[in-house]
Design a protein around this ligand. Structure first.
Ligand SMILES: [Zn+2]
Length: 189
């Protein structure tokens, strides 16, 4: 699919895009403004596939009604499993603005964010998230069902293929002391 067919696919949607009800404050139909930014994120998703950078996911960061960063999935390009579109967009937006607080920004994601991306969006304090596709659309072509966990609270840790072990005793104590020992250096939010 190229850009024009991406547009066609978007334009052919009969009903307005509605953010699913699990974001209670965002139940109202997404307005034209959002539609434009979301379309840009979808274009980015196609662009990422076209140039071989990664999976079909795009994300756009908007500040004061202006797109400041437009990114797509870079997992293949960077050989980095964390280089999802939204994480990349958060990183690039922070670099561009030279700060780690994006509380005056919004993010538009072509697809429902995975837990990692949702975490990055949350940590950046982004004031608003608008996404296009529901995770099921990605799952349908084989993407990991892990991606649906973030907003829905359906974490499936048992599916992860690794052993998870929590330290105890003096090792845990030493690791936890880091916070007490360094707290003067950090002014928390
Ligand atoms: Zn992600």
């Amino acid at each position: 699919m190229d850009d024009s067919s991406a547009h066609a696919a978007l334009n052919s949607m009969e009903s307005p895009i509605v953010v699913p009800p699990h974001i209670p404050a965002r139940q109202e139909a997404v307005k034209d403004r959002d539609y434009g930014f979301l379309s840009k994120a979808v274009e980015e998703a196609y662009e990422g596939v076209r140039c071989g950078d990664g999976g079909p996911f795009g994300a756009v960061v908007v500040k004061d009604d202006q797109v400041i960063i437009s990114c797509h999935n870079m997992v293949l390009r960077h050989m980095d499993p964390t280089a999802h579109a939204e994480v990349t967009a958060v990183r690039e937006a922070c670099k561009k603005l030279e700060r780690y607080d994006l509380s005056d920004c919004e993010i538009f994601a072509s697809c429902e964010p995975c837990p990692m991306c949702f975490g990055a969006i949350h940590l950046s304090k982004m004031k608003r998230l608008v996404y296009g596709a529901q995770a099921e659309a990605a799952l349908a072509i084989g993407f990991d069902d892990f991606i649906a966990d973030a907003i829905r609270g359906t974490a499936y840790y048992q599916k992860a293929n690794l052993e998870i072990k929590r330290a105890d005793g003096s090792l845990a104590e030493a690791a936890e002391q880091i916070f007490e020992n360094t707290k003067e250096k950090f002014q928390m939010y």
